[in-house]
Design a protein around this ligand. Sequence first.
Ligand code: NAP
Length: 483
Amino acid sequence: MATSAHKVTLIPGDGIGPECIEATRRIIEATGAPIEWDIHHAGASIFKQGLPSGVPQDTIESIQKTRVVLKGPLETPIGFGEKSANVTLRKLFETYGNIRPVRELPGVKTPYSGRNIDLVVVRENVEDLYAGIEYMQTPGVAECLKLISAKGCEKIVRLAFEVARAEGRKTVHCASKSNIMKLTEGLLKKTFEAIAPEYPDIESHHIIIDNCAHQLVKKPEQFDVIVTTNMNGDIISDLSSALIGGLGFAPSANIGNEVAIFEAVHGSAPKYAGKNVINPLAVLLSGVLMLRHLKLFEQASSIENSVFVTLEEGKVLTRDIVGDEKAASTTRFTDEIIANLGHSSKNWHVRNYKEVKLPVLKPDIDYVKATSRKVTGVDLFVESGLSADKLGPILEKKVSGSKLKLKMISNRGTKVYPSAGAITDCVDHWFCRFIAVDPKEEVSDEIIADLVQKVGKDYRWVHLEKLQEIDGKPGYTKAQGED
Ligand code: NAP
């Protein structure tokens, strides 16, 4: 009985996208993989039609049905729409895990050739600073919220360990900046340390993200799987791609429990659009990731083997690998990969891949439930052109006799009042920490409203945060220099 075809939404994309996608489609079809393409569009052409998201309804509906997308790069044209259509797609379908394999390829000469780089970066894909929640606090001070959830951390950490298992890898490194951002980045580290014992077959290590970048340049072959938050992952995955030859070779998978989107890391490289010169490998290798996601392991390995053979033989290569003089066109390179299907290299072997078991977590919105909560104070962010030593006594006077007292004022995270002698180049955005006069007493909303009214009479307050104790532990950090 013939197996029914897998339906895949195919988005050709912008610039060099259609050429990369056409090459990939031809090669996948040549393996006989049972795939039915549902072609839809997103990106520049859609922005130009006036749709600010860049992703039309028919494309969304196709993805809702197929649940699998292979896409070319999408431009974010300046002057049309505010948000990137790529990010919109990732967020619309909660593709929380960005998987970026980085493996040395035959014949692609880099300063690292022969070092056997073979790692995977597993990047959280929907949270962190990339949620893009930003506010101007004062005319000269901007804020971006870094939101990290325990649920998001657990999903990405489990995904990283599952990827390691499916690919027969030995080690997972969690890379974070938890030494500085103890609550946000620290949540990833804490989650990683809690979950790692469930995978006793895999070694686990924590590494500070800046050292991780340093180690990736110094000794990249020490890494197997790296799991990290969104922005850190964005940076170290591009860094890692450069180690094996650059963006032309970097595939990626955006994985969610409902939908998976496969795309190259590179963009639409508009200067090469329509010239039949680009390297389609990054999109093709993304297609290989897609085939494995669809459990078409044989076809995936067949393409990967053919890529190894084609690169190793070095007879037909694109300009980014061999330069303009010896370059073959994209179409000729694609033909060569098709001709080499069924061949394998003696020196370059395809890993033995198994299905990645996607983590399934409790669906609860309130994922972490606390047994005790108490509001012990409030941080009020105030705009003022006064200096700290003038503003401090004014605020102290405003709350005198009330249930709150001013504990300190910080400027961009450094305590400046009462002064501890810090040399701070202050701006007009003051984070003023008020705590209960009686530490046994809960700070109610009425007390906070009274504070806001008193301060707001003379100063523009721009933001407030409750100081909460959750399960007896402070749910906030101290300012630099605060006791
Ligand atoms: P880019 O399109 O990735 O191109 C940067 C450079 O990378 C190219 O000039 C070229 O280098 C090289 N390159 C990229 N893909 C290649 C390929 N397949 N074969 C050979 N060389 C390749 O980056 P960009 O110019 O910054 O971005 C252009 C547009 O793409 C922007 O609108 C951006 O928003 C969008 N973008 C989309 C995605 C996505 O869809 N996921 C990702 C990134 C950017 P040389 O000049 O050295 O030859």
